[in-house]
Write a protein that binds this ligand. Structure first.
Ligand SMILES: Cc1cc2nc3c(=O)[nH]c(=O)nc-3n(C[C@H](O)[C@H](O)[C@H](O)COP(=O)(O)OP(=O)(O)OC[C@H]3O[C@@H](n4cnc5c(N)ncnc54)[C@H](O)[C@@H]3O)c2cc1C
Ligand code: FES
Ligand code: FES
Length: 485
């Protein structure tokens, strides 16, 4: 593997802020984006309240030049700037709340907040305005439900949401210019695209950071630095950093490798690259895997999904990661890249134990692949038990598939999370239920087998007994909803 020639290296990151091309280097690139905006670039309209991705006060809009669609169009999406390290916005156009108004003239969303008394406090209001901007950028009709969905990631602790919802519904969309038009950054986009052909190397006293421009360079760096940690959307890592729980001295981001942004569909074969975010996956799933698309509505918030990747959800190794049970029932394969080439591992064999994988330390995940199921007669149920419906972490989650033919179960797949140190595919239970008559007795047998075959731990989110009970209740719900039993 050829080492990177020095003329192909940058020691700065490049991005635009409210239309202006900027570059940063050294320690600044490692600060949370919200700190860089507030303290270095004096854009203090972006607030920080929780610093954990929960409240939305720090919401800004971002369009990634590596992620243009086939027509070359850029999409601006909302992100939580408090958990994103500044280096991750390399190659992006960024718009903060200051970039919405034109001179002294407020943006129509801001005017509507004023008209409807939605500007309740100075901490949250800019974030609410940015999340509404995200909704109108996606040309979404501001029905009450849509507004609530787009504001899932914005919290108010003082008053409530009615005036804010009223403001979103009262926006005169004819007065809104999409950001890609407002900031027609043709020249800057070309400049960023040229600059981001080069890999980035940044060094401070504590950290060595590398962002390779090619997959070959990524393999080379990881093989020489097996202890290096990879950043995807940083929605898990960013929270750990802010809590002082992350200490990797070697760090790598794959954001410059454009092939990793691809969702590839050939016949029924799907390949999801390591940089594909959950919001893009949700759009794909709504078309090709409707149950999963629907389920992703209750994954985190728009801001988190606009940053978080599917691969990050897997590689974080959490036993309650919400996408994993469904990927397990899809019999997904993990495509691992490393110095010995690419290899494909069945997801059900990927987990070795709590947060540990059958992947060597010099390897990383390039993509996740699976076949689209033939879902004509297949009943699919996806479930998440959490204390709140929205923006909450699961206590237990599940994906259950059953196909019935002549009254018998000819296909049965069950995977659950939160029922042990890793997500689990319940193979033994499946084989005991297969080719049996589907009736009330079968459902009761399934519930008993499921709770006998899991060993959940007790923690803050639920006791072991509660989780066992919930696993049975989930199957009961599936039987009611999909088998009418
Ligand atoms: C407010 C909030 C709400 C959340 N809600 C949910 C939720 O509802 N459901 C849920 O499941 N999760 C939730 N999460 C957790 C998180 O958003 C997801 O796990 C997300 O998918 C992580 O993806 P990422 O790209 O941000 O990963 P990162 O944070 O970038 O990385 C996560 C881990 O994966 C490793 N990694 C990343 N890419 C690779 C690679 N290519 N190869 C090898 N290792 C890699 C990293 O080193 C790190 O250890 C939430 C988080 C927050 C902050
Ligand atoms: S400050 Fe709360 S989400 Fe960023
Ligand atoms: S609007 Fe800030 S706490 Fe209610």
């Amino acid at each position: 593997m050829a080492a990177v020639e020095s003329f192909m290296l940058r020691h700065q990151i490049h991005f635009t802020l409210n239309g202006q091309l900027l570059q940063l280097e050294g320690q600044h690139a490692f600060a949370p984006l919200s700190d860089t905006l507030r303290y270095l670039l004096r854009k203090t309209g972006t607030k920080v309240v929780c610093a954990e991705g929960d409240c939305g006060a720090c919401t800004v809009m971002m369009a990634r030049t590596q992620d243009q669609n086939s027509k070359g169009q850029l999409t601006y999406r909302s992100i939580n700037s408090c958990i994103v390290p500044t280096f991750l916005i390399d190659g992006c156009h960024l718009v903060t709340v200051e970039g919405l108004q034109e001179g002294e003239k407020l943006h129509e969303i801001q005017n509507s907040m004023v008209r409807n008394f939605g500007a309740q406090c100075g901490f949250c209001t800019p974030g609410f305005v940015m999340s509404m901007t995200n909704m109108f950028e996606h040309k979404t009709c501001p029905s009450t439900q849509n507004v609530k969905n787009y504001l899932t990631g914005n919290l108010c602790r003082c008053t409530g949401y009615q005036a804010i919802i009223d403001a979103a519904k009262d926006v005169d969309t004819k007065k809104i210019t999409p950001l890609a038009q407002r900031y027609a950054l043709v020249h800057e986009t070309a400049q960023l695209k040229a600059l981001t052909q080069k890999s980035i190397s940044l060094k401070t006293d504590q950290i060595e950071f590398f962002a390779p421009a090619t997959l070959a360079e990524a393999v080379d760096f990881k093989s020489k630095n097996p202890d290096c940690r990879i950043f995807s959307g940083a929605t898990d890592i960013g929270v750990q950093i802010n809590k002082g729980k992350f200490a990797a001295q070697k760090q790598m981001s794959l954001h410059l490798i454009s092939s990793l942004y691809e969702i590839n569909l050939q016949q029924k074969h799907v390949r999801i690259g390591a940089r594909v975010t959950l919001d893009r996956l949700q759009i794909f799933a709504e078309k090709h895997l409707p149950s999963f698309g629907q389920f992703l509505h209750i994954f985190a918030s728009p801001q988190i999904k606009n940053s978080a990747t599917l691969v990050g959800n897997l590689a974080n190794g959490s036993p309650i990661a919400d996408t994993i049970p469904f990927l397990m029932t899809l019999d997904a394969q993990v495509l691992v890249q490393g110095p010995r080439g690419q290899r494909s591992l069945p997801l059900k064999n990927f987990f070795k134990g709590y947060k540990s994988f059958n992947m060597d330390s010099d390897e990383f995940i390039e993509a996740i692949a699976f076949e689209l199921p033939d879902s004509k007669n297949l009943k699919m149920g996806l479930y998440k038990v959490s204390q709140r419906r929205d923006l909450d972490i699961s206590c237990i989650n599940a994906s259950i598939w059953v196909e019935e033919k002549n009254g018998q179960a000819v296909n049965c797949k069950i995977a659950m999370g939160g029922v042990g140190p890793t997500p689990l595919r319940l193979n033994q239970v499946e084989s005991l239920l297969l080719n049996k008559k589907i009736d009330r007795q079968w459902v009761d047998e399934a519930k008993k087998l499921i709770s006998q075959n899991i060993q959940p731990q007790s923690d803050l989110r639920g006791s072991s007994d509660f989780r066992k009970k919930m696993s049975e209740q989930i199957f009961e719900k599936f039987a009611k909803e999909h088998l009418q039993l």
